[in-house]
Ligand binder design. Structure first.
Ligand code: XMP
Length: 318
């Protein structure tokens, strides 16, 4: 019978046999798949593994720190933390088109990852957290960009870097990966994290992405997540997040008129990302989220809740 324990034992053996005494590179995204894949490789070959975490500056509040702490401090895994936020933001300057954002981010990721991977001397393998559904669906989903899941995209690496693939999760479904992640002792926030798009907060920041707007979005989003966790609803939802719209509206605070951004809150239930319904969150919870955002996030004076199912809406706004 299949158990996480058996799977871990057999997979660690198989990785050892495949890799021998060569070095393995693994790209970390902050998500559960790449994390579980990396920890399996680490169990198998220890310091022959070098993880590369390309920090694009588009993650949620606290997530980059969580990756670094978990891998470096708690698991003692070799981790290269590449702070590429400036490079990504420069590529996004004045870009408002969602597809252009995706393409710029995907290309930048490949360029930065390649640059770092070349610095790892004697690397022969590339570890990827490809799951069974990725294998059968062969990768393309979402909004039509070929850059989706660029961290999974070996096609993006130049041919002279002939790295052989290590894909320890390629026969697994997500729920199995989560069980293995728990058995491996990964933090629960990482194991149960909602899906998060590769282009990150850039496609939740409508219009041009700037450091100021990202900061507003991060603060609002953190409140949404904290309140949903606090209410014990995190695992019931497929995804939940804040969107910073590019609309400013008039409000009133004390004796003053305000003119600030409208933030949209999106929370959906789903079994997979093909269809989704808006979550019937308790009104009290929505009220707390709204009050906290307008009171605590400077620059925002209105909160709306997205009540559009998919289809016809998509989960993301861009
Ligand atoms: P939509 O918005 O199309 O999203 O209903 C379906 C699922 O895909 C995620 N998504 C993406 N994931 N790169 C990704 O890695 C992307 O460009 C991208 N666009 C959407 C979205 O978060 C949802 O889970």
């Amino acid at each position: 019978t299949w158990t996480p324990g058996n799977f871990i034992e057999e997979t660690v053996e198989a990785i050892r046999a495949q890799v021998g005494s060569d070095r393995v590179i693994c790209g970390l995204s902050g998500g559960v798949d790449s994390a579980v894949a990396a920890v399996l490789v680490h169990r198998a070959v220890g310091d022959q593994l070098v993880c590369i975490f390309v920090d694009n500056g588009l993650l949620r509040a606290g997530e980059a720190e969580e990756v670094v702490t978990t891998f470096r401090k708690n698991l003692a895994i070799n981790l290269v933390h590449v702070d590429a936020a400036g490079e990504f933001l420069a590529q996004l300057a004045e870009v408002t088109n969602p597809e252009t954002k995706r393409i710029r981010i995907g290309n930048t990721f490949v360029r930065v990852f390649e640059r770092e991977a070349r610095k790892v001397e004697g690397a022969r393998f590339l570890c990827q957290g490809t799951l069974y559904p990725d294998v059968i669906e062969s990768g393309s989903h979402g909004k039509g960009a070929s850059t989706i899941k660029t961290h999974h995209n070996v096609g993006g690496l130049p041919p002279d870097m002939k790295l052989e693939l290590v894909e320890p999760l390629r026969y697994l479904f997500k729920d199995e990966v989560r069980r293995i992640g728990e058995a491996l002792g990964l933090p629960e926030e990482m194991v149960w994290r909602h899906p998060f798009p590769g282009p990150g907060l850039a496609i939740r920041c409508i219009g041009e992405v700037t450091p100021e707007k990202l900061e507003i979005l991060r603060r609002a989003d953190r409140i949404v997540m904290d309140e949903i966790r606090e209410a014990g609803l995190y695992r019931d939802l497929w995804q939940a997040f804040a969107v910073l719209t590019d609309t400013k509206t008039v409000g009133v605070m004390g004796d003053f008129r305000t003119y600030g951004y409208a933030v949209a809150v999106r929370a959906v239930v789903a079994d997979d990302a093909m269809t989704a319904d808006w979550a019937r969150l308790p009104h009290e919870l929505l009220s707390r989220i709204s009050n906290r955002i307008v009171n605590e996030v400077h620059g925002v004076n209105r909160v709306v809740y997205d009540i559009t199912p998919k289809p016809p809406g998509t989960i993301e706004w861009e």
